[in-house]
Write a protein that binds this ligand. Sequence first.
Ligand code: GUN
Length: 298
Amino acid sequence: MTADVIDGKAFGENLKLGVAKQVAVLKEKYGLTPGLAVVIVGEDPASQVYVRNKNKSTKAAGMNSYEHRLDDTVTEQALLSLVTELNEDPAVHGILVQLPLPKHINEAAVIDAIAPAKDVDGFHVINSGLLATGGKGMVPCTPLGCIMMLKDRLGSLSGLDAVVVGRSNIVGKPMAQLLLNESCTVTIAHSRTRNLAEVVKRSDIVVAAVGVPELVKGDWIKKGATVIDVGINRIEKDDGQGGKKMRLIGDVEYDKAVQHAGAITPVPGGVGPMTIAVLLKNTVTAACRQAGIDEPEA
Ligand code: GUN
């Protein structure tokens, strides 16, 4: 048996179509055009690519996109002033400050400065607190997309054993909260977990977000389990002609895992392409809440 491959690209495209439909209704019925502001500091090449894609997708969905590019010498104070301006701008419903920020800027202080209602990344402590206590906040995009894919595949997740490998604030911790909210029995494992193989072997759901290439071995995967690989690791490989080429691999040993899992996300083409679609969805959610209207059907 080989696993079904979960097509994150198709999933994301479908989600984007739904968002575009919602935006069309908001414009026509309420004269409301959701707006997303993205702030990028410096020239980090990966961040540049993400921000360009976010900008393009936002516009394609019919929303307004506001891009703010700041030099990497910008002071923390100037960045905080921009965030305050965006908090007060009624045309801006969502604010995303692209991470990582240069070392001289305190990331936590910047995230703290974003109005929680406009925090479409869901990184503000108010939003992580709301997620932990079952409140209605903004939920981080990558874990929210992962839970959507899991529910799409499995229906109810109630009572299933789930392991999240990784404990970051961006993915691991909110992912564990979301699985708990779906009544899974959740284990949070990480790079220091002693009996990782045993924990993975008993899990119906494996979410790997630890940033270690192929840490999760394929033969640890329980027969029929659903595997979501959030890892994106750039590895240098021989190109067979005496040179080197870059290859993307996940946190799961994919080639072996497909022989055990019931379904698995590939890298690339799994979680990555779905994340921007969730960001757009979060922007629509934020715009509707700020306007005090119900979110249209997707
Ligand atoms: N850098 C890499 N991923 C993300 C993300 O999801 N949000 C932000 N703000 N920065 C990132």
